[in-house]
Design a protein around this ligand. Sequence first.
Ligand code: COA
Length: 326
Amino acid sequence: MGVRIVGTGSFIPEKVLTNFDLQNMVDTSDEWIRVRTGIVERHIAPPEMSSGDMAICAARRALEMAGLQGSDISAVIVATTTPDYTFPNTASLVQNGIGAENAFGFDLSAACSGMIYSLELAYSLLLQKKYRYILLCGAEKLSAITNWSDRNTCVLFGDGAGALILGRCDDDGSGQLASDLHINGSYEDILKLPAGGSRNPATHETVDGKLHTIHMQGKETFKLAVNAMAGACKAVLAAAGVDVSELKLVIPHQANKRIIEAVANRIDVREDQLFINVDKYGNTSAASVSICLDEAFRSGRVQRGDMVLLVAFGAGLTWGAQLIRV
Ligand code: COA
């Protein structure tokens, strides 16, 4: 028995914010952003649209591809750092939005590594045979927590959602070949949203101090990300006894093209094996890996039976890799 990705979907809001638009908002330039990050534009959700709304749209597309109804789904897991509310969880909003009347569900908080962590759960839950199909969503409205006057961060992020449906299948060869997951809280301060939780509840001071927006030490994050992602990739390849040349595709979390290329260099990935769309969407945190997988499936860059390496790094720190046969 194996586990297979039976459907994928994504949703990208219509409104485009280009580097040139940002030039009019902060002291930056299209050239600086392109050279330092590889980002050309990102999409921004309208005020009335939440992460949950985007996840529902992505999930409906994944259901359609899989030929399933909401009622076929056994569990809904939503990876997000921008949930609609502290509670109820976003998974319950998605459950209701797609009519997943037979599901349980929860949100998963692991920042940009959310989809890599979610896949770990989905593969192991499905092998227990108790559940038939599991819906994973990665959804972010990062524009809602961006400090639009901080040029160090506001050029990096975008909004969007992706969805994957995994289900059991007869093919033993399909599924998770290896995984390598980590968490390390000693770097808590390099990437965080300082206020709004129980540590620093919302006050006039936290709002005035812009403590409800992303705070990041970029250079430090960059170095840690490259080392951590390259290490996780090497670990899963070694564990599965797979040579990197055998992979159809490597899908790294899309934070910065320079991070992606540095990781690719360290593990000797060919250019045609590397999936990059950070130029179009910026960093969509927990959504990025599933948006990439959806684009890869729909464009034919990945087909049933291919081996794919997924890798991500995010606040926490959290990081990890999944080597899967789709
Ligand atoms: N436009 C113009 N100049 C900018 C700028 C912008 N948008 N943002 C920063 N700068 C300036 C800095 O103020 C600094 O100026 P200074 O030297 O006068 O102080 C200079 O550019 C260089 O900044 P530095 O931080 O050294 O740039 P960098 O090459 O490290 O690139 C990042 C900055 C943020 C793009 C890069 O560090 C990065 O991508 N880090 C990881 C971010 C990330 O992935 N986060 C999420 C992880 S999941």
